[in-house]
Design a protein around this ligand. Sequence first.
Ligand SMILES: Cc1cc2nc3c(=O)[nH]c(=O)nc-3n(C[C@H](O)[C@H](O)[C@H](O)COP(=O)(O)OP(=O)(O)OC[C@H]3O[C@@H](n4cnc5c(N)ncnc54)[C@H](O)[C@@H]3O)c2cc1C
Length: 470
Amino acid sequence: MRATQGVPPAGGPQSQQQQQQQQQRGANWRTWALFNLAGLAAAFLAAVVLKTKNAQDSAKNAPMNTTSFSPFTITSKEQVSPTAFVLSVRADQGGGKDPSLLLRRVWEHGLWSVEVKQPQLQIARHYTPLPPLTEEEKKDEVARGSAGNGDSSNGEGEELRFLIRKVDGGEMSTYLSKLQVGEKVWLRGPHLGFDIARRLGDTGKHVVFLAGGTGIAPALQVARRVLDDHSSRTETASERKEEKPTVSILWANRYAADALGRQQQSPQSSGATKGRAISSLFGGSASPTPSDTSSERQSQTPADSTLALQIRELQAKHPDHFRISYFVDEERHFISEHDLRLALKDSSSSPTASTMCTWHSPSQLVILPDDNDLGRRASPCTCLQDGNNNNNKSSPPPPTAASAATQTGAGADLICVSGPDGFVAAYAGPKRWFGGTERQGPVRGILGEMMEDGKFKIGGIERNWLVLKL
Ligand SMILES: Cc1cc2nc3c(=O)[nH]c(=O)nc-3n(C[C@H](O)[C@H](O)[C@H](O)COP(=O)(O)OP(=O)(O)OC[C@H]3O[C@@H](n4cnc5c(N)ncnc54)[C@H](O)[C@@H]3O)c2cc1C
């Protein structure tokens, strides 16, 4: 009984008051919780907005990088043929880091591209920077008024130039063709490709480059890396002549107007040079093809683009080591097996590579997961190790990166094929998708037909040629 003393009976006036108080407390608590939740949500929203803004600001100021797009401004635009133009762009500084140092390093690497973004459709496509203009070429550019705002003091770092073909119905190339000097483009990269110098190694002495259309851009990157860099590193003129590799470009275009840098022959010489045979592309008794730039009896086309001048300057600078031959579909002049055999005739006597060598073995190339040789920098060249251990059945210990760097006497000559997918497939076979990555795949097409038992045999002798599909 005591226990119930003082407890009002249920349903009494005091009990109702308590219920009301409890309801009031509950309502207060809900209001308090809602208020706090709203506060938290507002703070979260503000943080997200601030972070996005910071990310946008830092992207605006970020130096060129492989994860986000950085702003560049168009400094000049030069129409070089009815369908192709050269676009020059310069990184916006905007408080961000100057990309000059990065660009200098990628030019040292050799082969590289960047992605360009179409902001409305949010699509991106790869484009290949042309080698920077030399001082002479820059003066020419300014003199001819194609230097845009006239401040293209690009050196090796700051300005990037692209040869772009406007493709019928092409989203990105049409968008780029409409942009004008002063407008912005967004670039992501650099994306590095094959390390040409390391693949040539010590014994590789020849690069044969089959370029279709704008595929000339990577060909010029390779020429710059192999010829210009070599010249700047070696001592004497005789040493330069002796050791410098040769670069032979076979450039195919649909229309004559796109064969930039090709010099027209004078009428009296054209009859004498109807024959297509050249005994050797470098040295030897070469009799030039109708579109061979080496002929002395040639006259310059009147309107020369900076790209044409750049090609001619390479020729003048490296007369014994650089050759470009032109092939034009509308003239019914295509790169034939015969042309390829002539180009490959100049192979060096590279010993056959170890089948396990990442750098010089054709069979390893077929299964590489990507073209980025920088990622494989630590992989050693195993050619000489295998050669030295031919009689030793037990596997040799893996060489260190240091021993690989000092290894001499290994290498390969290179055949690079670059251009639209159909062009690459016709000459070297298509690249293959495997496990979500695009791989080199086996050599097929015209080059594949020229191989015997998977090897290039020229004059009955096996030669170590690596076919790189770009
Ligand atoms: C590593 C790399 C580097 C490249 N470098 C350059 C470069 O320096 N300059 C350059 O102009 N392009 C370059 N390209 C090609 C470029 O990325 C685009 O594919 C090209 O500009 C077409 O894009 P688009 O959006 O205009 O055409 P899309 O809208 O993608 O294609 C439209 C149609 O055109 C066809 N097509 C696409 N490209 C070509 C072509 N080249 N010839 C004929 N038909 C084509 C397509 O099959 C399709 O039917 C490079 C590609 C790669 C992978």
